[in-house]
Design a protein around this ligand. Sequence first.
Ligand code: ZN
Length: 431
Amino acid sequence: MTEPASAGRLFSAPVGATDTQVWADFQALCDLGGRVAGSASEAAALAFAQSRLAAVPGTKFRADPVQYPGWRCRTAQLTSATTGITLSCMPLLGTAPAAGLVAEVLDLGLGRREDFERHANRIRDRIVLVRHEYPFISGHVHRRLKLTLAQEMGAVGFLIAYPEAGVGAVSGSSGRNGGAGIPALGVGAEAAEAFRALPDGTLPAARMVIETDDYPARTRMLVADLPGQGPHWVVVSAHIDGHPHGESAMDNATGVAVALSLARMLAPHVSECPRGLRICLFSAEEWALAGSRIWLEQMDEAARRSMVININLDSVGGAHGLTALTSGFERLDAWVKATAARAGLPITTHLPLMANSDHANFAAHSIPAVRLIAGFNVPESNLRLVLTAADTRNKVRPGELDEALRIATALTWQALTAADATLSSLAAQRG
Ligand SMILES: [Zn+2]
């Protein structure tokens, strides 16, 4: 690092401290349910987090309104048109409706691009069935890419199956955002089994009924500023919204609880730092990252430029060991490794951009952005249950939140106190 050796000594680092309330806040968020944007559960979680942030001494709190393409689902039913059996399903967030659509189901296995291409002439006018993949691994193919391929190649419906029996249907966003689309449901492994082709190649048929409303929705982004000495901000973010089933515990009660603790721990120290600390609790993240994207778009360039780094906490419990996704910023990747090593904290990094949480919207505006995540490249970890009804508090251990808090605090503190030249160098991007 090019930073002068003396830089860190000007400040007494509060790193290594713990916050006893992190576990209580995590439980309180889980108590409020899945927190899907637009629900009473989300509203209660926003009110809870707002009261917690406002109680941090020295914060300037505001709630920025954001309008996003809202959607609600009145009915979602999936039946086998062959056997008449009803199968459990979850409408993908924002999915297009279906008025008793009946079509044959074509199983494309994982549903990667080569699977679609191999069966290109069989897709039109059928419902395609693909598998959900562990999302936190290099090389995984995202649900929305599979859905886009299905739509482009003429499928009339889309089913995505969770691969493990006994867990139930998988959720996720359709990414439609009020635009064109095909009906899309998450299902369990048992439904995928029910739509297996017969030995003679005959395809089973499915019936989909999905009744939905698109509407202009409003939510708010909670912003708590702790000013420093200068005009620039270190942004620590976490998304508060989740999915309708389960407790959205790992994803992302963990990140919100850690962000609240981090704010309490650093608050007494920030006014002496060269930069201020901004805590952002976003919503409508599960809607293809709409909330933070719109929030960033609707501010002027100078306001965006005042935010010099984003440290995004998303799914930071559920496994031991954290990875920093460093969004293609090479100097940021090296800085994260060096900072964690200096603090004696273990962390791995992954440099390629993964557009799987709010940090990607900061990166799109060339703001150095990192996502901390547990269980990266560990597909057998509890993180495999994210997006299912099994994302509940019992998948997280208190020590995992403490570990995430220590690492997030160390990185944030270094970002608050580093030399200007060091911070500005982090924006260097790969290629
Ligand atoms: Zn998340």
